[in-house]
Ligand binder design. Structure first.
Ligand SMILES: [Zn+2]
Ligand SMILES: [Zn+2]
Length: 99
């Protein structure tokens, strides 16, 4: 995680907007659990953005946009070298090819 203030005020501390703090019977802090991914800058109060999550989402979208790439295989039935998309049949003899 890499939190950054959306106002770029330079604040280095952030608070979780929704977190459960686990305490023991004496009320002492034991652990915490972020129940909602939302943070605010402690310095100016602006929402904080998790920059480490952004590139991953962009990569995911880019992967979905990728068109299937044709591969060169040698058909085992007619022994012809053909260029097909994964899952396609041999354009020469119609045999099912596993690339
Ligand atoms: Zn700020
Ligand atoms: Zn073939």
């Amino acid at each position: 995680m890499w939190l950054r203030c959306t106002r770029r005020c330079g604040g280095e501390l952030f608070k979780a907007l929704a977190a459960e703090v686990i305490v023991d019977s004496a009320g002492r802090y034991q652990d915490h659990e972020i129940t909602l991914a939302g943070y605010a800058c402690l310095n100016c109060g602006a929402p904080a953005l998790d920059l480490s999550a952004v590139p991953a989402e962009l990569e995911l979208e880019a992967a979905e946009d990728l068109a299937p790439v044709a591969v060169d295989v040698l058909c085992p039935i007619c022994e012809t070298g053909v260029s097909i998309l994964p899952g396609d049949e041999c354009p020469n003899c119609g045999a099912a090819l596993i690339s």
